[in-house]
Design a binder for this molecule. Sequence first.
Ligand code: NAD
Ligand code: UD1
Length: 357
Amino acid sequence: MNVLVTGGAGFIGSHTLVELLENGHDVVVLDNLSNSSEKSLEKVKEIVSDYLNNPENKESTDNNKSLDERIKFYKGDIRDEVILNKIFDENKIDACIHFAGLKAVGESVAKPWLYYNNNIGGTLNLIKVLDERNCKNIIFSSSATVYGVPESVPIKEDCPKGSPTNPYGWTKSMLEQIFMDMYTSDNEWNIILLRYFNPIGAHESGKIGEDPNGIPNNLMPYITQVAVGKLEKLGVFGNDYNTHDGTGVRDYIHVVDLAIGHVKALKKIEEKAGLNIYNLGTGTGYSVLDIVNNFEAANDIKIPYEIKERRPGDIDESYCDPSKAKEELGWVATRDIRKMCEDSWRWQKNNPKGFKD
Ligand code: NAD
Ligand code: UD1
């Protein structure tokens, strides 16, 4: 397939490009680089080129085009109809994987209009052009945040959606509803809503990974920046949660497993399966201290930490039942917590300044 990948230069997008290209798909990337660097696309090419030059992998794709032909980049914004139409004029697009969006929870509280405009306004614009161009196949990056405080764990897809605690979370919840209404209005759409749990890790080459601006909000990038000496110590947000050691429990998933989930979802799109929702997680919950301990053991580095106040909006535990994705997509996460810790660290160690090196 020729796949339009919005936000393809970002963390999850770049890892997904690798898996798509290694599985014979071609990609057209649209990204405004507001939270990423074009360098990630160069690194994606290096990784895929190494993969294709390995005789063991020769059989995996019968795509004979050069890599430069198979990955096209447009710098632009999903809110801009002109560039979207230009992409459709210049390419035959079979499906869209839609990652583009802003994702910083705290910033979304401070700048709600920006988040609604970028994430919802941008997606509405994208849907309009996809509809006009009769390309009604889309995979959307949703989030476990749509469950709010879950009624019970492990969370299944039919667990009622809850109230997100911030505008970022609301954009995901509202966009899910918009996609459902689009499908109700026109059954020709094939829509897959993927609810990611907590993506961490990096490609094992150490060439691409998460590159947050400023001080990281999320746990693993904070830990790796402590490990590399950029930050002094980790603050653990609360140790009085209702969990095995009192610290918050989450379902961490290796970003490469997540990326592979998109390739599997694309297969489902080819089957014209209508509207489907899948949790993408491992099904196992780890606490903040479990992650610190695993990181220390995997990489032989001490992570100093101190217990701090709870962070507003955080919940005790969140982990999924991933069996629907296994049964219907044939997808299972295979990379364990040690591998997630090793790969996160390799990326950070090799690129202390991320893509700014
Ligand atoms: P990211 O910031 O690394 O990637 C998003 C990309 O979208 C960036 O490259 C950014 O430049 C681009 N972008 C943003 N607004 C744009 C616009 N208007 N037009 C064009 N490009 C735009 O984030 P990520 O972690 O790779 O997340 C990808 C998607 O997955 C996002 O929609 C995010 O909300 C969702 N998600 C992420 C997580 C997570 O923990 N990383 C969890 C759940 C859901
Ligand atoms: C957060 C967002 C969620 C978003 C996701 C993206 C909130 C409330 N939720 O999820 O909407 O989709 O990121 O990955 O912000 N922790 C610390 N110290 C830190 C950082 C985190 O103790 O410096 C703890 C948190 O309290 C939590 C766990 O680590 O228990 C994971 O936190 P984080 O990586 O921010 O992810 P979520 O809060 O699950």
